[in-house]
Design a protein around this ligand. Structure first.
Ligand code: FES
Ligand code: FES
Length: 157
């Protein structure tokens, strides 16, 4: 992990681009992405690791960006929802009405995309386990499960 003292310029690999940001040792990735890089897709919700609204991918794995220091992300590949271009899970969410207000949606998209990529043959109980990482306050989880199941079915067939 990079050690930074005071304010330091760090370079982050985000959505395939190297981006510079000024970070203090205690700055979390979520705030650097939103406030310095203009990537507001990752949402601040609980900011203590419970809700998943801030989820991004780090080296392909879903990570709650409110719990990761920006300095810890140096040297890793970060993907935010802005970098999730034309992923099948996006269309599946639309087709299955898997959102209402949308505040949680980018986090769910990231976790579902990672699941489809890492475990394309995931069984229902695995889907359930992965979705427990994220909280939605206003739609049914059934639609979200249907959306990820549709993507898994299309990629494993
Ligand atoms: S804002 Fe990060 S888990 Fe809720
Ligand atoms: S769609 Fe509103 S919180 Fe999930």
């Amino acid at each position: 992990m990079l050690s930074i003292i005071g304010k330091s310029v760090i370079e982050l690999n985000v959505n395939g681009e190297i981006r510079s940001a000024v970070a203090r040792p205690a700055d979390v990735l979520l705030h650097v992405l939103r406030e310095q890089l203009g990537l507001t897709g990752a949402k601040p919700g609980c900011e203590n690791g419970d809700c998943g609204a801030c989820t991004v991918l780090v080296d392909g794995w879903p990570v709650k960006s409110c719990l990761m220091l920006a300095a810890e992300a140096v040297g890793h590949e970060i993907v935010t929802v802005e970098g999730l271009k034309n992923a099948p899970i996006q269309q599946a969410f639309v087709e299955n009405w898997a959102f209402q207000c949308g505040y949680c949606t980018s986090g769910f998209l990231m976790v579902c995309h990672a699941l489809a990529t890492l475990h394309p043959e995931a069984e229902d109980y695995v889907i359930e386990e992965w979705l427990q990482a994220n909280v939605c306050r206003c739609t049914s989880y059934d639609e979200i499960k249907t959306a990820i199941a549709a993507v898994l079915k299309s990629t494993s067939s």
